[in-house]
Design a protein around this ligand. Structure first.
Ligand code: ZN
Length: 70
């Protein structure tokens, strides 16, 4: 059994609005009432950021840890 859909190969993500490939860039993510700059894929034209599910779940946990350290 080989399921390609689950494997995260390096396929470029396309902005559905602009039909442009997303680029890595700093995006401010709001979390716990504060803004954090995070490297995310975003559309170079409309600025729409793509937040993958694993980042929304995993990276946010990291942000939370950073806050607790302060
Ligand atoms: Zn766009």
């Amino acid at each position: 059994m080989s399921r390609e859909s689950a494997a995260s190969a390096e396929k470029p993500l396309i902005c559905l609005q602009c039909d442009l490939p997303l680029e890595m860039g700093k995006v401010n993510v709001a979390y716990l009432g504060s803004m954090f700059p995070v490297d995310l894929l975003r559309c170079p034209k409309c600025g729409q950021a793509f937040i993958p599910e694993e980042l929304a779940l995993g990276k946010m946990a990291e942000v939370e840890k950073i806050l607790e350290d302060k």
